[in-house]
Design a binder for this molecule. Structure first.
Ligand SMILES: C[S@@+](CC[C@H](N)C(=O)[O-])C[C@H]1O[C@@H](n2cnc3c(N)ncnc32)[C@H](O)[C@@H]1O
Length: 201
């Protein structure tokens, strides 16, 4: 997004990329990009306000996301655009596949929801955001709801497998899924061309 925005705003525009962990944007060497390692809840930029602020899969990781939202709105120019892309993990499920495998996938999905809940993070934030923004008084809301079906081996499926491998201990600690479920989940995410579909967002 940072690289794309830098190309879109052109020579006279400016893009500020903010994350607690900037390792994936640190190597962007474009004169119209500034990379800031900062907490979006408390970031204060004296001389900057923005035509557009974008966040993807960020608010869902912040228990007090309202603080982040309020700060983003403060940093926005009057009439500016706030573009948020947030998931609703409660919609994730195995759609097609062998019964036992689908049950394992669904148990791992339950573990993911439980893990978010245990950390006071709202796993269904994406579906609630429009109402939250309405309540905050925002006008001209435009809402799109995507429900992609991912075939095994697709980019999203591969990413979910990598997440499961990295977070396996935390998933198991919820008591909702076992190591066997996680192994099954990982195999399922990579089975291609045999009608193994998951819905994940
Ligand atoms: C799932 S990643 C999404 C990364 C990126 N936005 C994307 O779409 O590829 C969530 C990111 O949110 C960042 N993050 C979490 N809490 C944050 C906060 N309070 N302020 C800034 N960044 C935060 C994490 O460091 C992580 O890089």
């Amino acid at each position: 997004m940072t690289r794309w925005l830098a190309g879109t705003v052109g020579e006279r525009g400016k893009v500020v990329a903010v994350d607690l962990d900037t390792r994936f944007v640190a190597d962007i060497n474009q004169h119209n990009v500034e990379v800031l390692e900062a907490d979006i809840r408390h970031l204060s930029l004296e001389n900057d306000s923005f035509d557009l602020i974008h966040a993807r899969y960020v608010l869902i990781h912040i228990p007090d996301f309202q603080v982040a939202l309020t700060n983003m709105l403060r940093l926005l120019k009057p009439g500016g655009w706030l573009v948020l892309e947030e998931p609703d993990f409660s919609a994730a499920r195995a759609v097609v596949g062998e019964r036992a495998a689908c049950q394992s996938v669904d148990r791992v999905n339950q573990a993911i929801l439980q893990m978010f809940g245990n950390r006071s993070m709202d796993y269904a934030l994406g579906i609630k955001l429009p109402a939250i923004l309405q309540k905050m008084g925002l006008q001209q809301l435009c809402v799109e709801n995507e429900a992609p079906l991912s075939n095994g081996g697709s980019g999203v499926a591969t990413m979910m497998k990598m997440s499961a491998l990295q977070l396996a201990e935390k998933y198991i600690a919820t008591g909702r899924a076992t190591q066997e479920d996680i192994d099954q989940y990982c195999r399922f995410q990579m089975m291609n061309g045999h009608g193994r579909y998951t819905m994940q967002r």
